[in-house]
Write a protein of this length. Structure first.
Length: 146
């Protein structure tokens, strides 16, 4: 998508208000909470720390891109649902986008490493254990023979 934007418009505001992709949440607006995490050319970044004009020519993926065109949920979304890894859901899009590009690495991570990977995302509701359980479920499902 191409659009003319004011140079000072944040990527979060562009995604939410100009494009209508409201899964990218605005939390702290300082890059600390992780609620605004999106993929920038495949890497997780904090959209509240980037101007929309800086995204020109780059691929931006939001949480809305995780589910398939047919509505089939991404394995992380399914595991979050099955493991009760969300409560209010405000932090969930950012957590999903932080983990999604590294699915192949998840099976190699122990609980401490998963918690470290999640350390850039703040959640006030879950206590993180169910989130860790969901990540471990995805890792186990990816290892299982099909």
């Amino acid at each position: 998508m191409r659009a003319d934007v004011e140079p000072r418009l944040l990527l979060t505001d562009f995604l939410r208000h100009e494009v209508g992709l409201t899964g990218t949440n605005v939390g702290c607006e300082h890059g600390v909470c992780g609620a605004c995490t999106v993929l920038f050319d495949g890497d997780p970044i904090r959209a509240c720390l980037m101007f929309a004009v800086q995204a020109a020519g780059h691929e931006i993926e939001t949480v809305e891109s995780l589910a398939g065109a047919d509505g089939e949920l991404h394995p992380l979304q399914t595991a979050f649902n099955e493991c009760h890894a969300l409560q209010c859901g405000f932090c969930t899009p950012g957590i999903l986008m932080s983990l999604a590009p590294n699915l192949d690495e998840l099976s190699e991570l122990d609980e401490g490493q998963i918690r470290e990977r999640l350390s850039g995302n703040l959640c006030r509701c879950t206590g993180y254990q169910h989130i860790v359980d969901a990540v471990q479920r995805v890792a186990k499902d990816r290892e299982a023979p099909k």
